[in-house]
Design a protein around this ligand. Sequence first.
Ligand code: BT5
Length: 258
Amino acid sequence: MTTAGVPNLGTRLIGRHLLWYRSLPSTNDLALRLTEIPVPEGTVVLADEQTAGRGRLGRRWASPRGGVWLSVILRPELPAGEVPLIGFAGASATAGAVREVTHLAARVKWPNDVLVDGRKVAGILAEAAPGSEWLVIGIGVNANIPAEALPQGAAYPATSLQAALGHAVDRDALIRAVLRGLERGYELLASGGACETLRRWRELTDTLGRPVRVEMTGGVLEGKAHDIDETGALLVRTMDGRIHKVLAGDVRAGGALP
Ligand code: BT5
C-alpha cells in the first residue's frame, strides 16, 4: 500500500488522503471498514486490481489490472431524499471525466452506469455504512483493459476506453478528472444544487424518452422512460398511460413504446 497521491490533484476534500493498493478484494469493502475508525471525509481507496470487486446486489464486478477501481468515503449532510443523488453526481462526474480525457461521447444510463457506444464502460456502487452517517461511493472504470479481458456474456455489453479508442488512456489523468468532477458534484449537492445535479444527469443520458424494459426484483416492466423524479427514481410510462416509479432495477433497451 502507498499513500502517495495522484500528482496535481488540486481538490479540497476528495483525495487529500489517498490509500493506493496493488491488489485488494474490493475498495468498497475496505472503505466501509475505514468508516469505523473513522478516517477523514474525502479519503480515497484505490486499487490496481480487485479480486472480489462487487456490483449491485452482490453481483461480481470484473476488475483486472488496467482499470480504475476506487472508493470515496463521504459523510453527506443532505436531506435523506437527496442522498441517492450522490450516485447520479458520481455517474455524471465519471462520464464527464471520460469525455474530458478521451473525447469519447460518454453517456449515463439509469441509474448510475456510464456507456460508450452503447456499451458499459463504468459502474458506480454507492453503499451506506450500516448504523452510521458515512457513505462510500465506489467507481469502476474499464480504462486500459484489452477487449479480450472484458467480461463476456455480461448482462449488458461491456467495453473499455482502450477498446473504444484503439489505444491506452492516461490513467492518472482519468483518476484526477473523476475525483475533481466528483468533488464539484458533491459540493453542488451540498450547496442545495439537487435540481442542477439532476439536470446535468438528464443532459448526459439517453435513457429518457426511450422504450425500456426494466428488470426489478419483483418482475419486469416495459414502457417508455419518462423522467427521473427528485430522488432519482425512474418514472416509466406503460402502454395504459400509467406512470410507474422504479426505485431499483436494471434497464435494457427495448420494450413497447406507448
Ligand atoms: C455496477 O453494478 O455497475 C457497479 C460497479 C461498481 C464497481 C466499483 S469498482 C470500485 C468499487 N469496489 C467494488 O467492489 N465495487 C466498486 P451493476 O449495475 O450491478 O453491474 C454488475 C454487472 O455488470 C455484472 O453482473 C456483470 O454482468 C457486469 N459486469 C461485471 N464486470 C464488469 C465490467 N468490468 N465492465 C462492465 N460490465 C461488467
